[in-house]
Ligand binder design. Structure first.
Ligand SMILES: Cc1cn([C@H]2C[C@H](O)[C@@H](COP(=O)(O)OP(=O)(O)O[C@H]3O[C@@H](C)C(=O)[C@@H](O)[C@H]3O)O2)c(=O)[nH]c1=O
Length: 184
């Protein structure tokens, strides 16, 4: 398991080992002990999500479940190569409002760990893109929050994305209004 830091402290890129042979490959996509031994002690995982986006240019985000339902998310790609983005929304954080984005392809198995207190979103680059992510808290519909995808200067590489109604109506990211304290 390779663990690479990003410019946002707490957000890391994980690359699990793959054991290839003439059938294909085998990979432990998540292993608590391996991560702990590598110095990454993640909170308990309680939910695993799987989404399929049929069209290239589909953008889901930017989302956050508000406290006390905030979720850390370990995101990977089942098919395709989405561009995955985390935004630091912890008030008082030195990197508040800053974003980090990276491509998570099925081809290389890279994963993005996004702690609670961050917004999350992704855009698909190919049809039939599958994104799979483990969460550290259960989904609560009433806590579901969204911020406008185009309000943070993120270079998504798409001008007119396919959006849900919720994401089309999401408010802009506004200074000081984040529900997350600095220690979210
Ligand atoms: C997120 C979620 C949604 N749902 C339901 C609510 C709704 O009827 C349907 C679709 O929900 P959404 O439109 O919110 O799905 P989606 O736009 O894919 O939302 C997801 O986007 C990515 C970027 C995230 O980080 C996730 O946490 C989540 O917010 O699924 C659940 O039952 N459980 C869940 O955990």
């Amino acid at each position: 398991m390779q663990i690479d830091p990003t410019p946002l402290p707490g957000v890391v890129v994980l690359t699990p080992a793959r054991h290839g042979d003439d059938r294909g490959f085998f990979s432990e996509s998540w292993n608590r002990r391996t991560l702990r031994e590598a110095g990454l002690d993640l909170p308990d995982i309680v939910q695993d999500n799987h989404s399929m986006s049929m069209r290239a240019g589909t953008l889901r985000g930017l989302h956050y479940p508000a406290p006390p339902h905030a979720q850390g998310k370990l995101v990977r790609c089942g098919r395709g190569s989405p561009f995955d983005v985390a935004v630091d929304a912890r008030r008082g954080s030195p990197t508040y409002g800053q974003w980090f984005g990276t491509e998570l392809s099925f081809a290389d198995g890279r994963q993005l760990w996004i702690p609670a207190g961050f917004l999350h979103g992704f855009v698909t680059r190919a049809p039939e893109t599958e994104v799979i992510y483990k969460c550290t808290a259960h989904y609560d519909r009433a806590a579901d929050g969204a911020v406008a995808w185009d309000s943070l200067g993120i270079d998504w590489g798409v001008r007119d994305p396919v959006l849900s109604e919720k994401d089309r109506a999401a408010p802009a990211f506004a200074d000081g209004t984040s529900p997350f304290a600095s220690d979210a």
